[in-house]
Design a protein around this ligand. Structure first.
Ligand SMILES: *[C@@H]1O[C@H](CO)[C@@H](O)[C@H](O)[C@H]1NC(C)=O
Ligand SMILES: *[C@@H]1O[C@H](CO)[C@@H](O)[C@H](O)[C@H]1NC(C)=O
Ligand SMILES: *[C@@H]1O[C@H](CO)[C@@H](O)[C@H](O)[C@H]1NC(C)=O
Length: 844
């Protein structure tokens, strides 16, 4: 996220500042008055209001906290450990049928919210019909029933009161099949999953005479857009056809950020409308991913106004404009279809860094893409494998106000407008107004000629008897209560039911003291981001890290799928690798994670939240977040690897030094010739790097978003914030840790986390990167107006076949460095939020 807020939170604890070796630890100098001064904020892009970047002051306080739930204080009880599986199973996977009822509607709902008072009674699951009186008959006004289901809390505290933290009030508001008539806007809050029955998706229909101009506010009104996390909307049909087609109306306000999911929904708006928009983001946000939608009618399908986004798998039909990029520094549109629009994609706002369009097609559109020609980095455009059929086939790319197309017809390979860097080309780059490049996609990344993608599973084809609720296995109690050691029984249940059942983790925090092993044949589904959280001495050794969750062993081939889960730590654990994937997929998508995230610190239930306001060296809270080992082949979609930069549940300072973000070693040379996909991912605030491609081969990435730790850079006085500190001398060579020997010893702007560190890798296809530096040394005042606040962003060494399209950086002097004098600078590529490169092809 782009949060300017956390600095203020660190300030809140100024009075508890303590001395550390090297002198007084420097606190942020900011305060609320200073932060209300808009010149502190990143430059406002064209056509944006400064209000879009007004920061948020604090997380939601958790006022009704159960102080006795302290996982770091020793495990309160551990049930009898069973080391063997329950009993031998012989299955060939769960059996698909044609169930009449969705399994999730029927399964035992025993999720809890562990860290609030009376959290064992917290209503996670809310069935709007059976629990809150909604009729779903298309006639009754169901607005209040559904809103009451969204608001329901405990002990007189409703979810709109801002008393239960960002993480204390998880809710799945479930709508059985039906038509729900709505007369005024529905309002969601952080922690809400608004979800229909996928077997027969319910319709939310705006009633005639609707009072308001937005059907659903997805954004929590109490929180700024860039801290609207953990919100989901899925398996629903929205219908605005009762509202006059020329009235200004929005189906969903999606001004939200990371760890959100908008998927498997249909938007039905009146045709030939001049007023209806499907998805709008009037307050901005810092999102990364939405996908697998169908949007019909209206004037605009998606009105994008966000820092960065991937839009995947959306079918647009019969709106005047399919996607309007009102603002987006770093956008990618993948595997989308457009039919019957005057403009399929309108990026003429001149408020775009770069747009990548992949594997998409248009039918019967006037203009596929309307844009502006800047002659530099801004509004860079990359098209690859794009078909434009029908009436407007002559107008694939048009400049606003110009009647001659810049590009006509189809694009079989890669067409680029913007600054390009190619082997043998000018070392300072070439601006091209439209040139074609060859991108030799690895065949193992493709399906029907497109990069492989897969929608998140609902498992709707499996009946209830194909599921196991991990908290309901007789003789193997599992609690998910944040105090019990659940390690042994989770492992027993997973090994027993591998290849047999789908495992449901009800909402809660599952404390583990050792590795959870996810065997081949596993399918795991959480509920509003059920957490697995590490604690204890097994995770203390930083030179020999231990995975908290290990998916398969090297050489395993099969199925391992995880959805809707969260990986975290309950204590400062410098030897904890949160997730390690070793298994290769039988078929693409068999090994996959969707909508599953990492969070270290910034939330109740972890000592990291309260003990990390001081020097980063005292808070090496985890070794690393994601590790894809060489033998793995995985598909990962919608993942946020967040080391907290601020506290979601209070106002504690968060100077956390997690070592590593995503280490990607997946290689087709080691995993049986398979590919790896990262679709809509973000890794933020990790110390040594956000993404490290080390000996990787045949990897696709679409949308990579990152920020460096806010405490890095000049300003702090202890010295332990200069990379590789505080991780030196415990760098782990086999893990490809960068040692920063390229930097002068005291060069604090050089010794900041690499965004992308690529070494000894081959055939990487990396589209749409947004790498942002906001601060030096927790100080808002020294990193304004695209000052170069960080020396380096991306490094490419000893690699070949590296294809990067749509690189965006903010406040990074060097965008790309590498062997043989490779040097791409921000100053040579102005645009977007600082620097934009359309194409960077490295062959070393
Ligand atoms: C807060 O910032 C304002 C504006 O920069 C400044 O005038 C004021 O003195 C600051 N207050 C404190 C307590 O530092
Ligand atoms: C706002 O910040 C700018 C840049 O730091 C400074 O010049 C200006 O005086 C500040 N204005 C106020 C009202 O604090
Ligand atoms: C607090 O948590 C403990 C441990 O789970 C539990 O026994 C106790 O009942 C909880 N207290 C309240 C007020 O919820």
């Amino acid at each position: 996220m782009q949060s300017i807020s956390l600095i203020l939170l660190a300030l809140a604890s100024v009075s508890s500042a303590r001395s550390v070796s090297g002198g007084e630890y420097r606190r942020s100098i900011l305060n609320a008055t200073a932060m209300a001064n808009s010149s502190f904020y990143p430059p406002i892009p064209v056509n944006k209001n400064s209000a879009d970047f007004v920061p948020d002051v604090t997380g939601i306080p958790l006022l009704s906290k159960n102080e006795s739930v302290q996982p770091w204080n020793g495990v309160h009880h551990a049930p009898t450990a069973h080391t063997n599986a329950l009993f031998a199973r012989s299955c060939s996977g769960p059996v698909a049928t044609t169930p009449g009822t969705f399994w999730y509607e029927q399964i035992t709902h025993n999720g809890i919210s562990p860290f609030i008072n009376d959290g064992a009674s917290w209503p996670v699951f809310r069935n709007v019909m059976t629990g809150y009186g909604a009729a779903g008959d298309g006639v009754t006004d169901d607005t209040d029933s559904i809103q009451n289901a969204i608001l329901a809390g405990i002990d007189g505290i409703t979810r709109d009161q801002n008393k239960l933290g960002t993480t204390g009030q998880p809710a799945v508001v479930y709508l059985p099949s039906g038509v729900y008539s709505i007369s005024k806007p529905l309002q969601l809050y952080v922690g809400t999953v608004f979800m229909g029955d996928p077997l027969s998706p319910p319709t939310i229909k705006a009633a005639p005479g609707f009072n308001g101009n937005t059907l659903i506010y997805g954004k929590d009104p109490n929180q700024g857009s860039t801290i609207n996390f953990y919100i989901g909307v899925k398996n629903l049909v929205f219908d605005s056809t009762n509202i006059d087609k020329d009235t200004t109306f929005t189906i969903i306000d999606w001004s939200v950020s990371q760890a959100t999911q908008l998927t498997n929904c249909v938007f039905n708006m009146p045709s030939f409308s001049s007023g209806h928009t499907g998805i709008a983001m009037p307050e901005g946000g810092s999102g990364t991913y939405l996908g697998d939608l169908q949007i019909n009618g209206g004037v605009v399908g998606i009105d994008m106004s966000n820092q960065q986004y991937m839009i995947k798998g959306v079918a647009f039909q019969s709106s005047t404009t399919g996607i309007k990029l009102s603002h987006c520094f770093d956008c990618i549109i993948q595997d989308c279809t457009f039919q019957d629009h005057s403009i399929a994609i309108d990026m003429s706002s001149n408020s775009v860094g770069s747009l990548v369009v992949l594997d998409s097609s248009a039918q019967d559109v006037g203009t596929f893409i309307e844009t502006v020609v800047t002659g530099n980095g801004g509004s860079s455009l990359i098209l690859e494998n794009v078909q434009n059929n029908g009436i407007g086939s002559a107008q694939t790319v048009m400049a606003s106000g110009n009647s001659n197309p810049i590009l006509s017809g189809n694009v079989a390979d890669t067409w680029v407008m913007g600054n390009t860097y190619t082997p043998g080309g000018s070392p300072t780059g070439n601006y091209v107004g439209g040139a074609t490049f060859t991108t030799p996609r690895s065949s193992n990344l493709l399906s029907n000629g497109k990069y492989f993608t897969i929608a998140p599973p609902t498992y709707e084809q499996y009946a209830l008897d194909q599921f196991i609720n991990i908290k309901s296995v007789s003789g193997f109690p599992v609690f998910g209560d944040g105090v019990t050691d659940d390690t042994a029984n989770i492992n027993s249940i997973l090994s027993t039911y591998a290849n047999c059942k789908i495992i449901f983790f009800p909402q809660g925090t599952y404390l583990v003291t050792n590795t959870i092993f996810v065997p081949a044949g596993s399918r795991i589904v959480g509920e509003a981001w059920s957490a697995i959280s590490a604690v204890g001495s097994n995770f203390y050794n930083p030179t020999s890290p231990v995975p908290m969750v290990q998916v398969g062993n090297a050489g395993d081939v099969g199925v391992a799928q995880i959805s809707d889960m969260l990986f975290t730590v309950a204590d400062v654990l410098q030897g904890c690798q949160l997730l390690e994937i070793n298994i290769a997929a039988s078929n693409p998508g068999d090994v996959a994670l969707w909508n599953s995230h990492f969070r270290v610190g910034g939330a109740a239930g972890s000592k990291v939240e309260t003990n990390c306001a001081g020097a980063p060296s005292s808070c090496k809270a985890a070794f690393g977040l994601l590790h894809l080992t060489s033998t793995s082949s995985a598909y990962i979609e919608d993942m946020w690897g967040w080391t907290a930069d601020h506290d979601l549940d209070s106002g504690n300072g968060q100077n956390i030094a997690v070592g590593r973000g995503a280490l990607i070693e997946s290689s087709s040379a080691s995993n049986g010739g398979q590919g790896t996909w990262l679709v809509g991912t973000a890794f933020e605030h990790n110390t040594l790097y956000q993404y490290n491609f080390h000996n990787a081969q045949d990897v696709y990435a679409g949308m990579q978003q990152s920020e460096t730790p806010y405490w890095q850079g000049p300003g702090l006085s202890t010295g332990d914030e200069l990379d590789p500190a505080p991780w030196a001398p415990a760098l782990v060579t086999p893990y490809g840790d960068p040692d920063y020997s390229n930097c002068g010893g005291a060069d604090a702007q050089c010794r900041m986390a690499w965004f992308e560190y690529i070494d000894s890798s081959t055939n990487l296809f990396l589209y749409a990167s947004g790498f942002w530096t906001f601060f030096n040394g927790n100080d808002l005042t020294n990193c304004n107006n695209n000052a170069a606040c960080q020396t380096n962003a991306i490094d490419i060494t000893s690699s070949s076949g590296i294809y990067m399209y749509g690189i965006n950086t903010k406040s990074n002097l060097n965008m790309v460095t590498g062997n043989n004098g490779l040097l791409v600078t921000m100053n040579n590529n102005p645009g977007g939020w600082g620097g934009v490169v359309a194409a960077m092809l490295a062959e070393e």
